[in-house]
Design a protein around this ligand. Structure first.
Ligand SMILES: Cc1cc2nc3c(=O)[nH]c(=O)nc-3n(C[C@H](O)[C@H](O)[C@H](O)COP(=O)(O)OP(=O)(O)OC[C@H]3O[C@@H](n4cnc5c(N)ncnc54)[C@H](O)[C@@H]3O)c2cc1C
Length: 224
């Protein structure tokens, strides 16, 4: 079977493209190395303009909650910026459910989903593009869309990815909030970022409270 478009990676970019292409009657394959639902280290904050552009996100209840405030703290904790608004500043999603929801919408629109196989290579194949999967099979497609994230195999194969000598290390967890915290609207709606520059950790520590969950994580940057 030869597809019109094969999309590598079923994160938000890949599944959004798959949904839109399938709605236009384009024979689309969505390839993903993991299986859903899957975790993705992410604060889960969506800019409000995303909701205006892709109205189906709210219509399909993919938003967990809305954040109306944020705080940024300096590394010494002596200064902070506190910003509050009466309207939502960003929409909050849980990536585990958000990404799965977007994939479901893409499949409903007619995209074919194939999970559990990594795309390992890309070659010319019988006048089309051949994508080699980790199970040894090859997929044929007229076009390939690389939506396989920051470490994109597709970008490397076509020479778009430059050598990188920086590394980002991220530790993150979604924690269910106890009732006392859930009921505290201030804690619930305020995203916090702590900037770390005077310790071994150079980066940020962040906390994004949601409806019943808080996503917390730290991100540090270093040279390889
Ligand atoms: C700690 C942290 C916090 C963040 N917080 C926010 C935030 O609050 N708001 C925000 O907007 N952004 C945030 N981001 C950035 C956000 O996560 C990314 O911009 C977003 O996930 C990019 O979406 P994508 O669809 O392009 O790629 P991804 O979400 O990375 O999806 C790529 C998909 O491709 C698959 N894949 C990769 N290689 C292959 C392969 N060879 N074969 C098959 N499948 C493959 C992966 O499994 C993955 O499912 C954060 C990132 C980090 C690290």
């Amino acid at each position: 079977m030869r597809y019109d478009v094969a999309i590598v990676g079923a994160g938000p970019a890949g599944s959004t493209a798959a949904k839109i292409l399938s709605e236009k009657g384009i024979n689309t394959l969505l390839l993903e190395k993991t299986t859903f639902p899957r975790e993705k280290p992410c604060g889960g904050g969506l800019q409000m303009r995303v909701l205006h552009r892709f109205k189906y996100i709210e219509e399909h209840n993919l938003i967990d909650s809305y954040s109306t405030a944020f705080q940024i703290h300096t590394s010494t904790m002596t200064h902070h910026v506190d910003f509050h608004h009466t309207k939502p500043l960003q929409a909050m999603v849980l990536r585990k459910t958000f990404d799965e929801g977007l994939v479901t919408l893409a499949v409903r629109s007619g995209a074919v989903l194939r999970c559990g196989n990594t795309v390992q290579d890309m070659t010319n194949h019988k006048g089309a593009i051949g994508l080699m999967l980790s199970d040894g099979t090859t997929i044929e497609s007229q076009f390939v869309l690389g939506a396989d994230g920051i470490w994109s195999t597709i970008a490397k194969k076509i020479g778009m990815k430059q050598e990188c000598n920086h590394i980002g290390i991220c530790v993150y967890a979604d924690t269910r909030l106890g009732n006392s915290i859930s009921k505290n609207s201030m804690a619930k709606n305020t995203a916090c970022i702590f900037i770390c520059s005077q310790t071994d950790l150079r980066g940020t520590v962040g906390c994004s409270p949601k409806k019943n969950t808080s996503t917390s994580g730290s991100l540090s940057f270093d040279k390889l």
